[in-house]
Design a protein around this ligand. Sequence first.
Ligand SMILES: [Zn+2]
Length: 72
Amino acid sequence: MPIYEYFCQSCENKFEIKISISEKEKGLKVKCPGCSSNKTVQILGNFFTFSKGGGSDISNGCGPNPTPGCCG
Ligand SMILES: [Zn+2]
């Protein structure tokens, strides 16, 4: 089962979670283990450059739905 890295926007916690691919394809909402918030975003590779206050520098195709090959 693959491990995914997630970031919680609520408590700014970074965590890893195991999800089966079928669960992920169903659009599973990942809950933060720290605060149980579901305001979580997946961290793709080394893409961890959230800029506070900006949030709009996701302009290189690595948005919520990256195209294949985009993020390695
Ligand atoms: Zn949290």
